[in-house]
Write a protein that binds this ligand. Sequence first.
Ligand SMILES: Nc1nc2c(ncn2[C@@H]2O[C@H](COP(=O)(O)OP(=O)(O)OP(=O)(O)O)[C@@H](O)[C@H]2O)c(=O)[nH]1
Ligand SMILES: [Mg+2]
Length: 242
Amino acid sequence: MAERRPTSAKRIVALVPALNEEGAIGPVVRDLRELRTQDGKPWLDQVLVVDNGSRDRTAQVAIDHGARVVREPIRGYGQACLTGIKALANEPPAVLVFVDGDGSCDVSELPQILRPILNEEADMVIGSRVRWAEPGSLTLPQRLGNRLASRLLGILYGAKASDLGPFRAITWPALVALGMSDPDYGWTVEMQVLAAKRSLRVREVDVHNRPRQAGRSKVSGTARGVVLAGYKILWTLARHQR
Ligand SMILES: Nc1nc2c(ncn2[C@@H]2O[C@H](COP(=O)(O)OP(=O)(O)OP(=O)(O)O)[C@@H](O)[C@H]2O)c(=O)[nH]1
Ligand SMILES: [Mg+2]
């Protein structure tokens, strides 16, 4: 059933960091733009793709499917997110949703992600993949690493978390209050650490997760990505303890 979007009609934007995703980005942008509320209105006011120095046609494909595209030549997931946020600062949305550009997020679940925020019960909502992820869509190191990081979020910061999933939403004032800075693999966990430290209202909702729909993995499917991401996530958890 389509969700009712409150009549206050908040401005909602999706930010999609993308690196060499020409095979996957088109349907991601299209599906996000096609999402409709019960009243037939688009859920999203804008789909913003941050092209992170792609060597393929990611930017053009995203534009062809109706996205706004900004370019960030310096690589890094967090770097791409920071650039997207800066690009929105002139006309900030009420809520920002983060979605991966590889087709692994089921964007039809966006209303469930937004619901606790629109009901003013949460400042940030994380899509947790632990229960509904398709078999094979999360690698073993990814599952174990996320479990460990989630436990540490609880032990060190009192946060209730089961995942560091990329599909998430946050209100603009909460995002600004966090003061995010991580330029790469620490982005997702940094957001959760800072949210706990600032006592934001954080909710998790279960989401599905598919294997990437095209192209090559940059993180969990490569040894380099796993080592660097694991190290960076643990370091981020440790360094905010002070
Ligand atoms: N790793 C990485 N990802 C980036 C970067 N810039 C944008 N991205 C995007 O961040 C998302 C996550 O990267 P993925 O390669 O899917 O990482 P993953 O989900 O661990 O691995 P998969 O199993 O392949 O899905 C994708 O949408 C990438 O295109 C970057 O500099 N590095
Ligand atoms: Mg992925």
